[in-house]
Ligand binder design. Structure first.
Ligand SMILES: NC(=O)c1ccc[n+]([C@@H]2O[C@H](COP(=O)([O-])OP(=O)(O)OC[C@H]3O[C@@H](n4cnc5c(N)ncnc54)[C@H](OP(=O)(O)O)[C@@H]3O)[C@@H](O)[C@H]2O)c1
Length: 298
């Protein structure tokens, strides 16, 4: 059953004074109209998007994930409208290294000029003097981590950090080799890759990052644009008196203490449902059932 108290607590990004609640919020779903999987243009209901963000923060979320290429620019502008002046403890994590084509496509934007422009776009649209955390999003393959040197773009981000425009650096869509390469250039506070009940390629990486105190922030925690539909998940949820999405999030939060979740939603109702997952204990006897959804135990 869902308990009354938040069980999952907080996490301090390594080498920083930034402590975030492990239950965060991903803002990508705020761009585009209902059902628009392109993350393109303004939302159908701007006031509704603002309401989601404000309710997230008043409910204790102090970690919001975004990018200036959501919309493009739209999501950051809505975050600013909804939340600026920002609460002192709010950590906004953005990402760079992609831009959008006129057709909504996602285009690598890894050059020095493009990275500098992206940081300034984020600063302007969020209304900030410095970005809390910037994830360098690898684009050697758009949909999954793929090998390739990230030395040059990491060096640019490290310079921007030295100039004070970027407080901390994270990585996204990366391989262990790229993480190691980046850490030789600047400290890395978080890694954001696709990971969820079904997509378990990073099981070993999560343990390695936990060992080094680095946050792991799974994107598509609910399965992404088409959330999970699994009989096993539904059966477990029914047994626990919870919803399938709550179980998927609670499983992630129990999976490792360095996991921070950023479920995305454009709906206040779904937001409320998702936030309740931090109060849900998934008993050990059903973890094996949930592991079977992804093909086996860790
Ligand atoms: N680094 C990267 O490459 C990358 C890639 C993708 C995403 N991200 C980040 O990760 C965050 C999370 O990923 P995501 O938003 O794409 O996917 P997600 O969190 O896995 O799922 C979002 C989808 O689930 C639906 N949903 C949310 N809560 C629900 C609920 N309680 N019941 C039923 N449906 C629900 C949403 O629709 P409704 O709006 O109708 O609730 C939306 O369609 C993003 O917001 C973004 O910040 C990063």
């Amino acid at each position: 059953m869902i308990e009354r108290t938040d069980r999952v607590g907080s996490f301090t990004l390594p080498g920083t004074s930034m402590t975030v609640n492990r239950m965060g919020y991903g803002a990508m779903q705020l761009a585009g109209r209902d059902g628009n999987k392109l993350v393109w243009g303004p939302p159908g209901d701007v006031d509704g998007a603002i309401a989601v963000l404000r309710e997230a923060v008043t409910s204790g979320v102090n970690h919001i994930d975004t990018a200036d290429f959501y919309g493009p620019h739209v999501t950051n502008q809505i975050i600013r409208k909804a939340l600026s002046p920002y609460p002192d403890d709010l950590v906004i994590v953005t990402k760079v290294s992609a831009r959008r084509g006129e057709d909504g496509s996602w285009i690598p934007a890894f050059s020095r000029e493009e990275l500098i422009a992206a940081v300034h776009d984020n600063l302007r649209n969020l209304g900030l003097d410095a970005l809390d955390v910037v994830n360098l999003r690898s684009m050697f393959s758009i949909h999954e981590p793929a090998e390739g040197s990230i030395e040059a773009p990491m060096t640019v981000l490290a310079e921007l950090q030295q100039k004070g425009l970027v407080r901390h650096i994270g990585l996204s869509n990366v391989t262990p080799a790229q993480i190691a390469q980046a850490r030789r250039i600047a400290p890395i506070v978080c890694v954001q890759n696709q990971y969820n009940l079904v997509c378990r390629a990073d099981d070993a990486l999560i343990a390695d990052l936990a060992h080094d105190g680095i946050a792991y922030v799974p994107f598509f925690p609910l399965g992404g644009f088409t959330p999970f539909q699994s009989d096993t998940l539904s059966e477990v949820a029914a047994r626990l008196g919870a919803t399938p999405m709550q179980v998927a999030l609670a499983w992630l939060l129990q999976r490792s203490p360095n996991i921070l979740v950023i479920p995305g939603t454009s709906s206040v109702e779904h937001l409320r449902e998702n936030l309740q997952a931090s109060r849900l204990q998934v008993p050990s006897e059903v973890i094996a059932d949930l592991d079977s959804i992804g093909g086996g135990p860790v």
